[in-house]
Design a protein around this ligand. Sequence first.
Ligand SMILES: Nc1ncnc2c1ncn2[C@@H]1O[C@H](COP(=O)(O)OP(=O)(O)OP(=O)(O)O)[C@@H](O)[C@H]1O
Ligand SMILES: [Mg+2]
Length: 239
Amino acid sequence: MDDALLHVRDAEVRYGQARAVNGVTLEARRGAITAIVGPNGAGKSSLLKAISALVPLAAGTLSFDGARIDILSSREIGALGIAHVPEGRRIFAKMSVEENLRLGGYLRKNERETRETMEQVFTAFPRLRERIRQRAGSMSGGEQQMLAIGRALMAAPKLVMVDEVSQGLAPVVVQEVYRQLTSIAERGVTVLLVEQNARLAFKLASFVYVMEQGRVVAAGPTAEVAASEHVRNAYLGVG
Ligand SMILES: Nc1ncnc2c1ncn2[C@@H]1O[C@H](COP(=O)(O)OP(=O)(O)OP(=O)(O)O)[C@@H](O)[C@H]1O
Ligand SMILES: [Mg+2]
């Protein structure tokens, strides 16, 4: 079996004349955490959006679990087992925690399966159980982020892509959320995350890709990438 669940090859994303992603090749190893780091505007979110078909792939190919997916719609990609937690935690503010989770689980076959998966989400994020009837929009930022991840997990994905979990959250909350992402990966779910906080990403991930201006400028096992002088200077602040 291929070690990588996801292969991105020579991917391009264009917005008009601008190339936000410019020839990116990347893979996400099964059951591992892979992180994409890089400055604002590097094309990280655009790459995740292209993988889930939220923006068109202008060139290149995507394959998932051995099959080409770059011809599929975002709904079809979701059904294959790719879940995307976008930047800015887009939960349904007026709905309850439970309603949000049920929407994430719309592909589950029946009520029993929905409940089982919801139990797993509550085990990962006990705060969501305590707030099951609460309106999602009235929860704290950290709780909303847990809900956004919980909703993605309701689809029982093989790959979960998480964009900027740490943004706007207190360090203790970030740690809690990341602890859960680690245990999600330990249960065999492949994680691809985008993270502005490079130190955090390097602590968590087994593989790191550094993107700058639409291109991958460094990639590999975390320790190798962390040893590069450019990465040390520009991202880890240890020159
Ligand atoms: N819908 C869009 N239309 C036009 N340009 C866009 C669009 N979305 C993103 N861009 C541009 O594409 C480039 C890459 O943006 P992207 O959001 O992928 O970067 P990013 O690495 O996720 O940055 P950040 O760390 O700030 O989230 C940026 O120059 C951005 O302005
Ligand atoms: Mg982004």
